[in-house]
Write a new protein. Structure first.
Length: 238
């Protein structure tokens, strides 16, 4: 009986459509920036790029993907910089905003007769799908970043490499976000994961938690409604 009753919900079709368009734009612009950065990196390394003065260093930017050639009188860059970099950031911000608003809308229940009318079963399917997708993406990224820590925290920095007699030592580590401080035999220190990987795992945890809360609320409301329906049925039968 509880699955035949309907209640009000926000219409999130436009938000999910906006998330789809933003993700497509983000993917295309990211690929263009990545290909441009690869070609520019090779040209800059071979001295084929003219800059203000002599070449000092070549910096690799992870997000947006870009190559920045530093000269003594300034910088020359390619990839996700300028207009293309702005497009990537705007697409990323649009994707994040649409997804977060859509997930928050799934947690809100409107009075009956207002908004989109859906059943408890449909609400559970919607929130369950959202949790499966966001949770799977988070689990994939987190698993790739944290696998050395999960399999052997004390030897995370030396996992997967042929280091000989002096593998790097793991000084300290944390599982969330997945990160560790590594020290080589010479005494220099570095981080196990890049900073953008660490930030990405934290950002992906937010939609996964929101969708989990929406699923829990939908299940709880369904149980409460079913219990009230059984109580009313027993009262009328008695």
């Amino acid at each position: 009986m509880s699955n035949t009753l309907t209640h009000g919900a926000f219409r999130t079709e436009r938000l999910w459509a906006g998330a789809g368009v933003s993700s497509l734009l983000l993917f295309l612009s990211f690929v263009v920036a990545w290909v441009d950065a690869i070609e520019f990196d090779e040209r800059c390394s071979q001295g084929m790029v003219e800059g203000p003065g002599w070449l000092g260093d070549i910096r690799h930017q992870a997000f947006p993907p870009a190559i920045i050639c530093e000269y003594d009188g300034g910088e020359v860059s390619a990839g996700g910089t300028g207009v293309l970099g702005a497009v990537i950031w705007c697409a990323f911000a649009g994707l994040a905003l649409c997804v977060l608003l859509a997930l928050l809308a799934e947690c809100v229940e409107l009075p009956a007769g207002t908004g989109l009318q859906i059943s408890r079963g449909e609400r559970l399917r919607r929130t369950g799908t959202a949790f499966f997708v966001t949770g799977s993406v988070f689990a994939l990224v987190y698993g790739l970043a944290a696998w050395p820590l999960l399999t052997g925290p004390s030897s995370a920095c030396s996992a997967g490499g042929e280091w000989g007699e002096y593998p790097p030592k793991t000084l300290e580590y944390g599982l969330f976000p997945p990160q560790a401080t590594c020290m080589t035999h010479s005494g220099s220190t570095s981080r196990l994961n890049a900073g953008w990987v660490e930030n990405l795992t934290v950002m992906l945890a937010v939609p996964a938690l929101i969708s989990a809360a929406g699923l829990a609320l939908a299940w709880r409301r369904g149980r409460r409604e079913a219990h009230a329906a059984r109580a009313a049925s027993e009262a009328s039968a008695g």
